[in-house]
Design a protein around this ligand. Structure first.
Ligand SMILES: Cc1cc2nc3c(=O)[nH]c(=O)nc-3n(C[C@H](O)[C@H](O)[C@H](O)COP(=O)(O)O)c2cc1C
Length: 391
């Protein structure tokens, strides 16, 4: 039995396989609104056979955007666009998830494909908007970044409520699942990590205090979405920096998330810095973050997602067979091969005749796939108006 293609259920949502398109910011929204680019971008992953497509980090507030190109659901006018995105995913056979986020002290920077980092005078002259970010403490993410304004109690309530309102809008837009972004140094993770949080109130100091706000947001969002709808949380299982958040902290946090009704912890790492420090302890390689998904699954007793340099169907399958994770998230490999799931099924001999492909493609590929796979010449001269018998 190939586990990658076994169904799996979270609450009332059944996924047709274990393949997830990991959230990937495209920084291509206009004033927080999605565009036709997003429809094609997300629709093709669904057509490509993934069980779940998670839409990129989507901001809960205008000032919570990482970049000027982030999509948002901070007002009702943004629901219609996202409804089309959810629809195009579901109409093409995948479940539709959405990751919701507040960028915290990493808000207000340049789009990744224009180099990340603080906005320059040139960017501003080109119409990009700059703002001062907020965070747990007045600690910059890295040199050159703005010093964040520490959030007041009222500010925290406002952001918690923004997460709730955004999750509700995601439900109205037709999404099947919500993922909270608590990784990569954005607001919620920066509360967890002592590298970013040196508060002396109830939200700083001890681990329990640092977990308080992210858990408060989790509790509020869980209560706001339907009981049958799964809630995932992406974490950075470690900061990879001495003195930062560690895997042992993540196990404790995952237990608390589970107690609040979170269905899966999506185990990423890193993305959170302290001025003058680098991710010194980081060693990348195929499946390098899998041990974190494994440990959290075993020690916190919650389903996990594995992500990070998982490229081949064999590695994905081995992670599942070894019981190290419940879902496999792929990001860059999906950009390269949006039909990865169909190719993986073929690799395992499951759809040698293109049965699982969209029928509009499958019918033709079943006839010509042998030639396409072998890159043979005998497609030349093919005239679809003539009968197949003639070939
Ligand atoms: C273009 C791009 C955008 C990304 N945006 C997000 C995002 O919005 N939210 C998130 O949690 N991770 C984001 N990531 C991280 C990916 O989801 C994933 O965790 C990471 O790329 C490692 O997986 P991979 O080796 O399969 O690419 C992004 C990655 C890429 C390449």
């Amino acid at each position: 039995m190939v586990k990658l293609f076994e169904t799996v259920s979270f609450r009332s949502l059944e996924l047709k396989n274990r393949i997830v398109v990991s959230p990937m910011g495209m920084y291509s929204a206009e004033n927080g609104e999605v565009t036709p680019f997003h429809l094609v971008h997300y629709g093709k992953f669904a057509m490509g056979g993934a069980g779940l497509v998670i839409v990129e980090q989507t901001s809960v507030s205008r000032l919570g955007r990482i970049t000027n190109g982030d999509p948002g659901l901070w007002h009702d006018g943004q629901i219609d666009g996202m409804r089309q995105v959810a629809h195009v995913i579901k109409a093409n056979g995948a479940a539709a998830g959405i990751q919701i986020n507040h960028g915290g002290r990493k808000s207000g920077q340049q789009r990744a494909f224009r180099g990340n980092g603080p906005l320059t005078d040139r960017d501003l002259a080109m119409g990009e908007e700059a703002w001062t970010p907020s965070g747990p403490s007045a600690l910059r993410f890295a040199d050159g970044y703005a010093e964040p304004i520490p959030l007041s109690d009222d500010g925290l309530v406002g952001i918690r409520d923004a997460f709730v309102a955004t999750a509700r809008r995601a439900v109205l837009a037709g999404f099947d699942l919500v993922e909270l972004h608590m990784a990569h140094g954005y607001l919620l993770q920066s509360f967890l990590s002592p590298l970013a949080n040196v508060r002396t109130d109830a939200h700083g100091g001890s681990r329990e205090n640092r977990m308080r706000f992210p858990l408060e947001v989790t509790r509020a969002v869980r209560a706001a979405i339907p009981a049958g709808m799964p809630l995932f949380v992406r974490i950075s299982a470690t900061d990879w920096i001495d003195g930062g958040w560690e895997i042992e902290d993540s196990v404790v946090f995952a237990r608390a998330l589970k107690a609040l009704g979170v269905d899966l912890v999506d185990c990423s790492t890193g993305g959170n810095l302290r001025v003058g420090s680098t991710n010194a302890n980081l060693a990348r390689g195929p499946g390098y973050q899998v041990p974190f998904a494994d440990q959290i699954r075993r020690e916190a007793g919650i389903a996990t997602g594995a992500v990070g340099m998982i490229r081949t169907p064999d590695l994905a399958e081995r992670i599942l067979q070894d019981g190290k994770a419940d879902l496999i998230f792929l990001a860059r490999q999906m950009l390269y091969d949006p039909f990865w799931a169909h190719h993986a099924a073929e690799h395992f001999g499951l759809t040698g005749n293109f049965e699982a492909w969209p029928e509009q493609y499958g019918w033709w590929l079943a006839k010509w796939g042998h030639a396409l796979r072998a890159n043979r010449e005998d497609l030349h001269g093919f005239d679809p108006r003539r009968g197949d018998e003639e070939r």
